[in-house]
Write a new protein. Structure first.
Lengths: 293, 784
């Protein structure tokens, strides 16, 4: 397992990085933490001629909150997100996803942009980002565009980003009062795992009346991309949150998933676990919504 | 506290500073001037004829120094047990698994060597493959080795007493079938080596190995060299667990390439190649029928076992014997019938791994004993205590329990885990379970038939006095054996550990069969003790002449000479010593005669003081075929209690606590004993819950890395209470016996029994993944 040879670029600004990606369109790949890319290069799954490192671009690592918006630079490491009090308060499910990812060593290298950009169906961060309705800020020499994260994933390793585009940031509208979310993942062991199923749920209540105004459920590892569960959301919206309602939503989520059988788990088990994790994350989301009034 | 000055304490490991600071040198850190790097060409097919091998392109690649195949290596057959030498360095006519070695390249760097391997062209004629025990044993199945028909690598048929009659006489008869999965050794450091030929044609092989002696013999045999011209040296080793206990193809290929090129050649296994080398735990299928009387008295065990061996034999003959023989104890079992079959399949070769052959068998049986206890309305601990052997008992298959602290172990875990208030009283989803086990303290016989000593040791006193040098060919592989032998030498000679220097792992230092079968503390420990006693005797004899005091009236303790009958005037010796060290600032000022002065005086009187020691067990075991496997001068034993929390929806098991008591005879270093217990528990827990080497239908390992092959992580590991029990083994040095493997025996069944307590489900297949447990829970709900 030897890393193949490649040209290495280390731009120090986003615009320089965009410039390099445009100039070497088709033969360059972006290197963030490298926890996925370098492994695949060693395995000869990928063999890019050039790597454009994002490691020396300070503007990519900002995490800040202004005007009800959480701005997370794509270069923020997973450990920074896991440790961020701001994330824990405003996007707790994202913080849980960050803490569930890999090991301390992996988390210190891996970035949120890389976790999104590599587009692995079992990735730990996308489900929470999807239920928070996160928007991706994409940059290229052509300029900036914004894309809801739900429209970004196209298949395993495939995204809506253009060849020369990079993810600059992830923007989350901080949920209002009476809103909450939950994230759970299930693998084989407690750490350093590839998820068998991972689920995030988000609930927004209509004030003290406790009617569900908005609901989003995202399912990981049970399709070619992380999936929204429109059936579960339809079951929830407009209803009062009860255990029985969450059971119905969990059943609906099971109908929306399309798990495959592989050596990590059977389709049947994955489908069963979608139900369990959907119900449990809805319960977490409700508890947080009630606590955040 | 004990009367010992050094052993039985908690001393820091001798290798701790080097390892903590990263200075310890492993094979990957080593290099030699002009060193070449080797790469192996391995079969991509599980079973095929080799039609043609064309190495010409590879040879022409710039930087390539040699390409070798079976033509260069020859077809010397080797293996572990001479009765099953079924491997050659390279395949010449047929490949038998994905990973079977065909050729090797030496080049100026690893990249070039890898590239050259890709340029070797092999034409195959693919053959049908057998990937399971069932397929391999089926009528008309493709055969792997013409000389071993029906794909049988080995079979065992033994009966002690009359099991069938005893089962008829039993009040309760229970039959279960149990299956584990193929494991990987998963040591931190993949095997690797550097072969260096000197200009006189002598070979030095530096290798990450558990058994320098066996590697030395195999290399000599395969290369056609006198054993005396082959030296094997072991640097620091990052674990072995049994897999590194025999010569591997990488070592043989590096030696052949070094001979051909005249340059040092290095070869490192990649992690992926470790899975193809395998030599780890077999998959076993056990079918056991046990008969008991109403009062719980065990009457008989009828036992059949099938092993998925992979393509070659490795340690497999011993494995198939151990799978039966290690159920002879620790319970009184008058009748035992065992039939075992080890089957060749087109997969990487399985061999020995911690708890060799006995782990799955123990898991199957200890779970069955719990089922029997429940049906009889007995507490599982009471059933075990009722049938427990005592020190001095001999099993029906002639294993002598010369010491057995089994009862003390059970009492210890019962009390420490608060068993009485938990068993059967925990809420649904929570469970507690226990099990017992035992293991050899060193195989009673070497792997090749021989009257050789199993180990020799030399203790030399540095000529300037004061420092004790211990030499043995034993293998420190991370388990702490160097420290144990340093402590044994220090205790014996009566000096602090600080005065002892330990050198090991070099075949130039003597004979030692190596670090396997939990043999070194007892066996090498004996040899070191005998060598230290010999050195001490010489010092005291020299002093006796010098001081005109009988040697019997003197002793050495804590670095000082003790005169048993009152003070003796030693000023003459002191003056001589001080005169020899004029100008030195550290002349002895103590009001007693120091060991440093005494050993110097001994040297001046007699020349270099060297004591030698040796050990081999007495003739052990019965007369029946295979009686040797399972014999040992002593047996360690243990009991464990495990507490689990099972998520009844996801099936996920979280182990909350493990309480383990192990009888190691006498702890040489208490901290090391506890570490071995904890390591055994972690490995057993991994096999119970997570670990499984998985194959696709083309015989390729799917999960050949440590991301997808799931070991226990630090987060999964529960708090462990490790309790040391000391039974003072009469056949052990200072009463010591094994701890390295026995402690794994009860882990899996204790988990199985705890999961039953939590869920009401008996699961007879490993690993207990969340999915397997959830499926069982779901099936049980559907039945209701």
């Amino acid at each position: 397992m030897i890393l193949p040879k490649f040209e290495f670029h280390e731009p120090t600004s986003i615009s320089d990085a965009c410039e390099l990606m445009a100039r070497h369109r088709g033969e360059a790949r972006l290197l963030a933490g490298g926890t996925d890319l370098l492994v695949n290069m060693k395995k000869k799954v990928l063999n890019p001629k050039r790597l454009v490192s994002l490691g020396r671009i300070p503007e990519l690592t900002q995490v800040e909150r202004s005007n009800g918006t959480l701005w997370i630079g794509a270069g923020a490491t997973v450990s920074a997100i896991a440790a961020s009090a701001m994330v824990a308060r405003d996007a707790s499910a994202l913080g849980l996803g960050a803490r569930a990812l890999g090991t301390p060593l992996i988390r210190n290298l891996a970035t949120i942009g890389g976790n999104i950009g590599s587009a692995r169906p079992a990735a730990d961060l996308p489900p929470a980002l999807i239920v928070y309705g996160a928007v991706l800020v994409l940059r290229s020499v052509a300029g900036e565009r914004r894309l809801p994260i739900g429209e970004f994933f196209k298949g395993p390793g495939l995204t809506a980003a253009h060849e020369d585009e990079l993810i600059a940031a992830v923007v989350i509208q901080v949920p209002a009062g009476y809103a909450g979310a939950g994230y759970l993942n299930l693998g084989v062991r407690k750490a350093q795992d590839c998820n068998i199923v991972n689920v995030a749920s988000y609930l927004e209540l209509d004030g003290r009346a406790e009617v569900i105004r908005a609901a989003r459920v995202a399912l990981g590892s049970v399709g070619p991309t992380p999936l929204r569960s429109p059936s579960a959301e339809a079951v929830l919206i407009g209803q009062k949150p009860t255990e029985a309602l969450f059971d119905l939503a969990a059943d609906a989520a099971q109908r929306d998933c399309m798990p495959i059988l592989d050596f990590r788990g059977s389709a049947e088990y994955r489908r069963d676990m979608v139900g369990v994790l959907a119900r449990r994350t809805l319960t977490m989301a409700l508890a947080e919504a009630r606590s955040r009034n | 506290m004990s009367d010992y000055q050094v052993i039985n304490s908690r001393l820091p490991r001798l290798d701790a500073p080097a390892k903590a600071t990263g200075r310890a040198v492993f094979i990957d850190d080593m290099s030699f001037p002009g060193m070449l790097h080797a790469a192996l060409l391995q079969s991509p097919l599980p079973h095929a004829h080799i039609v043609r091998i064309d190495t010409s392109k590879a040879e022409r690649l710039p930087g390539v120094k040699a390409v070798i195949t079976a033509k260069d290596a020859g077809l010397v057959r080797y293996g572990v047990s001479p009765a099953r030498y079924d491997e050659t360095v390279f395949c010449h006519d047929r490949v038998r698994y994905v990973g079977d070695e065909i050729a090797a390249v030496a080049a100026v760097d690893a990249e070039t060597a890898e590239e050259a391997v890709g340029l070797i062209q092999v034409d195959y004629e693919e053959l049908p493959a057998v990937l399971t025990i069932e397929a391999a044993m089926a009528e008309g199945a493709p055969q792997l080795h013409v000389e071993f028909p029906r794909n049988l690598s080995a079979e065992v048929h033994q009966e002690f007493g009359n099991a069938a009659d005893a089962l008829k006489a039993s009040d309760l008869v229970k039959t279960t079938t149990f299956k584990n999965k193929r494991q990987d050794g998963a040591f931190l450091e993949p095997p690797g080596c550097i072969a260096v030929f000197d200009l006189d044609g002598r070979l030095t092989l530096h290798s990450s190995t558990q058994a320098p002696h066996y590697v030395q013999r195999t290399v000599a045999m395969v290369l056609g060299l006198p054993v005396g011209k082959v030296r094997v040296v072991k640097p620091y080793v990052g674990g072995g667990f049994g897999i590194k206990a025999a010569a591997n193809t990488g070592e043989l290929a590096a030696c052949l390439l070094a001979r051909k090129t005249g340059k040092p050649v290095k070869f490192n296994y990649s992690r992926e190649q470790v899975f193809m080398l395998c030599r780890a735990r077999h998959q076993f299928v056990h079918r056991m029928t046990t008969g008991v009387k109403k009062d719980g008295t065990l009457l008989a065990l009828q036992h059949e076992c099938y092993l998925d061996g992979g393509a070659y034999s490795s340690f497999g003959i011993a494995t198939v014997y151990y799978a039966g023989s290690l159920l002879g104890g620790p319970y009184k079992l008058p009748n035992m019938k065992y039939d075992g079959w080890r089957v060749y399949t087109n997969k990487p070769t399985c061999g020995a791994q911690r708890g060799h052959g006995g782990v799955a068998a123990r898991a199957a049986w200890e779970q069955q004993l719990d089922m029997i206890a429940e049906e009889l309305g007995m507490d599982p601990i009471d059933l075990r205590l009722k049938n427990m052997m005592q020190a001095g008992d001999v099993t029906c298959n002639d294993l002598n329990m010369s010491s057995l602290g089994m009862r003390e172990c059970i009492e210890a875990v019962r009390n420490s885990s608060d068993w009485a208030s938990k068993k059967g009283r925990l809420p649904k989803g929570k469970g507690i379970g226990m099990a017992c086990g035992f293991f050899v303290s060193g195989a009673g016989y070497p792997i090749y038939r021989s009257d050789t000593y199993h180990c020799t040791a030399t203790v030399k006193l540095a000529e300037d006095g004061g420092t004790v040098q211990v030499y043995s060919a034993s293998a420190e592989i991370g388990q702490g054996s160097d420290t144990a032998f340093g402590m044994i030498a220090a205790e014996t000679l009566g000096v602090p550990l600080d005065s002892v220097r330990v050198m090991s792992g070099d075949t130039d230092f003597g004979v030692d069969l190596g670090a396997y079968s939990s043999r070194q503390t007892l066996m090498t420990g004996h040899a070191v003790k005998e060598a230290a006693e010999a050195a001490k005797r010489q010092v005291l004899d020299a002093l006796a002449e010098e001081l005109k005091v009988p040697a019997a009236d003197m002793d050495i303790r804590e670095g000082r000479i003790v005169f048993k009958n009152g003070p003796v005037d030693f000023s003459g010796i002191r003056n001589r010593y001080i005169k020899e060290h004029r100008g030195w600032s550290d002349s002895p000022q103590e009001d007693f005669l120091t060991f440093r002065e005494a050993s110097r005086i001994a040297y001046l009187a007699k020349g270099t003081i060297v004591g030698t020691g040796k050990y081999k067990p007495p003739l052990l075991g019965g007369k029946f075929k295979g009686a040797a496997v399972g014999t040992s001068p002593a047996y360690g034993c243990s009991a464990q209690v495990v507490e689990v929390d099972v998520d009844l929806e996801t099936g996920r098991i979280v182990i909350e606590k493990m309480t383990d008591a192990h009888d190691c005879g006498r702890a040489i270093n208490r901290t090391s004993v506890e570490a071995q217990m904890e390591g055994s528990l972690a490995m057993g827990m991994g096999e119970a819950l997570f670990e499984e080497v998985k194959f696709d239908d083309r015989g390729r390992v799917i999960n050949c890395d440590l991301a997808e092959y799931k070991l226990v992580t630090a987060l999964d590991m529960p708090p462990v209470e490790a309790i040391i029990v000391e039974s003072d083994e009469p056949n052990g040095p200072f009463g010591a016996k094994e701890v390295g493997e026995g402690a794994i025996m009860p882990t899996i069944p204790a988990i199985l029994n705890a999961v039953y307590d939590a869920t009401g489900l008996r699961i007879h297949e490993l690993p207990l993944t969340s999915e397997r447990v959830q499926a069982a829970l779901k099936a049980a709900r559907a039945k209701k």
